[in-house]
Ligand binder design. Sequence first.
Ligand SMILES: Cc1cc2nc3c(=O)[nH]c(=O)nc-3n(C[C@H](O)[C@H](O)[C@H](O)COP(=O)(O)O)c2cc1C
Length: 221
Amino acid sequence: MSPTPNAAISPERLVETLRWRYATKKFDPTRKISDAEWRALEQSLVLAPSSFGLQPWKFVVVDDRALREQLMAASWNQRQVLDASHYVVFAARRGIGRADTERWVARLAEVRNLPVDALAGLAKGMAGFVASPPAHVQLDAWCAKQTYIALGFAMEAAALLGIDTVAMEGFDPPKYDALLRLPERGYGAICGLALGYRAADDKNAGQLKARFPLDQVVEHV
Ligand SMILES: Cc1cc2nc3c(=O)[nH]c(=O)nc-3n(C[C@H](O)[C@H](O)[C@H](O)COP(=O)(O)O)c2cc1C
């Protein structure tokens, strides 16, 4: 690993890339993301951060075209589901509990070559959090929030590779859940992400980037 990976891009280029990104309405169905780039994008999902590191998510890459057609029908017929090079359904853990925190502690111990006992404090803290969360935390919603972090991470990673995306919340979650058999595996669909390359005639590409002014959004105190 490079000791200075954070020097990979200039501030100007970063902002230029973020302005280049837009919600792609029409993908070029003939262009596919290369295998090497796709592998890197999957790593952006794996490497996304989450609270406690718990990763309460599953990313379902839908390779099957017939399934993509069914998902498109459950997405207000938005064509990006079918025309993009890749389509990923972001699913969040439902009913997170002690088994999840223990699974994570076991993995941490394995990767860091530690006895599980060395992680007892963390294990207790996480188990306590899921057993009796703070009053403001609703656990299924909390898992969905974590999952949106991975969505943003993947969208930015794609933009840095020059790959277009659109996040897709416009779908019927129970239909997605049924098509992907998510509830029986303890997950629920929360968002889709279509990735690929903009069509030359995508009208959305020419729209001016509209945001509230920076001083209304970012404040210094
Ligand atoms: C969580 C989320 C869900 C979205 N769902 C859809 C969608 O279903 N269909 C769509 O065409 N755009 C969707 N969008 C795109 C937004 O409308 C778009 O990002 C927003 O208008 C800002 O425009 P920009 O991304 O081009 O800067 C979604 C965006 C986000 C972040």
